[in-house]
Write a protein that binds this ligand. Structure first.
Ligand code: ARG
Length: 246
C-alpha cells in the first residue's frame, strides 16, 4: 500500500499514538493476584505483569503508570480509557471478547483447588467437592467463579470481591475449598503452609491475554509483535523464571 493509504487507515485516536503523544503508557491491573501483580512489603506493586509492563514502556520509550483498579470494574475502566492496556492475568473468554480485544495469549494456566487440610483423605479431585455439604469460595467475576458453577453445581457457592477474603473463609472453616487460578493458589499455599492443601492438578485450560479497546488493530499488532519479540530474545523466559520458578 502507498503511504497515504497507510495513514488513512490509522485511526487518529489509536492507543499507540496517544501513548507516544503523552509520553506515558498506562497499564490497568488489579493488585492482589500473585505472582502477576501483588503488593511488596512497602506497598509497591510487583509481579510478572508489572515487569512485562516495564519492558513494554521501555520498548515504547515512554514512562509507565500502573492504574490499580478493582476487578469488578476493570473492563469498564478499560472501555472508558482509564488506561491503554489491561495486563491483569485475564483469561481470554468469548464473553469478554465481545467487549474487548485480546492480544495473543501470554501464558496458559488452569483452575485449581485449595482446601482444608482435613479433607485431604476424602477429596482427591475437584469432582469430590460436588456435594451439597461443601461450601466453595470463589472470586466474583473470575473464571474461578465460572468453573465452580460448571464443575460444582451441587455445592454451595460463595463469591467474594477479593482472593484474600475468599481464602479467609476456608481458613476460618466457613468454606471447604477455594477454586482459582493455579499460579495464585500455588503461591498462597507455599506462603501459608499447614492448614490448607492444594490439589496441584489444574482442571481447566485457560489462556491469559492483554486486553485493549476494540477497533485498534495498530495497538493490537504492536502488542503481538512485542510479545513475539520478548519470547524470541528470552526476556520472557527471564521473567518467567523470576516469578514462576523460585
Ligand atoms: N484468570 C482469572 C480470570 O480471568 C483471574 C484473574 C484475576 N486477576 C487479577 N488481577 N485479580 O477471571
Amino acid at each position: 500500500a502507498c503511504a497515504w493509504q497507510a495513514r488513512a487507515q490509522t485511526p487518529a485516536d489509536g492507543a499507540l499514538q496517544q501513548i507516544r503523544a503523552r509520553g506515558e503508557l498506562r497499564v490497568g491491573l488489579e493488585a492482589g493476584y500473585m505472582p502477576f501483580e501483588m503488593r511488596d512489603k512497602r506497598g509497591g506493586i510487583i509481579g510478572f505483569d508489572v515487569d512485562m509492563a516495564k519492558l513494554m514502556a521501555r520498548k515504547l520509550g515512554v514512562k509507565l503508570t500502573i492504574v490499580n483498579t478493582q476487578w469488578d470494574g476493570i473492563i469498564p475502566a478499560l472501555l472508558t480509557a482509564k488506561f491503554d492496556v489491561l495486563m491483569s492475568g485475564m483469561t481470554i473468554t468469548e464473553e469478554r471478547a465481545q467487549q474487548v480485544d485480546f492480544a495473543d495469549p501470554y501464558i496458559v494456566i488452569g483452575q485449581s483447588v485449595i482446601m482444608q487440610a482435613k479433607l485431604a483423605d476424602t477429596v482427591k479431585s475437584v469432582d469430590d467437592l460436588n456435594d451439597p455439604r461443601y461450601v466453595i469460595a470463589t472470586k466474583l467475576g473470575t473464571t474461578g467463579d465460572l468453573a465452580a458453577a460448571e464443575y460444582l453445581p451441587k455445592a454451595q457457592l460463595m463469591k467474594f470481591e477479593t482472593e484474600a477474603e475468599a481464602l479467609l473463609q476456608v481458613r476460618g472453616g466457613r468454606a471447604a475449598a477455594f477454586v482459582y487460578d493455579l499460579p495464585y493458589n500455588a503461591v498462597y499455599v507455599a506462603r501459608n503452609p499447614g492448614q490448607l492443601v492444594l490439589l496441584p492438578k489444574p482442571f481447566t485450560r485457560e489462556e491469559l491475554g492483554w486486553a485493549i479497546r476494540k477497533n485498534d488493530p495498530e495497538w493490537r499488532a504492536w502488542l503481538n509483535e512485542f510479545l513475539a519479540g520478548v519470547r524470541q530474545d528470552k526476556a520472557y523466559d527471564a521473567l518467567y523464571g523470576k516469578w514462576f520458578e523460585r
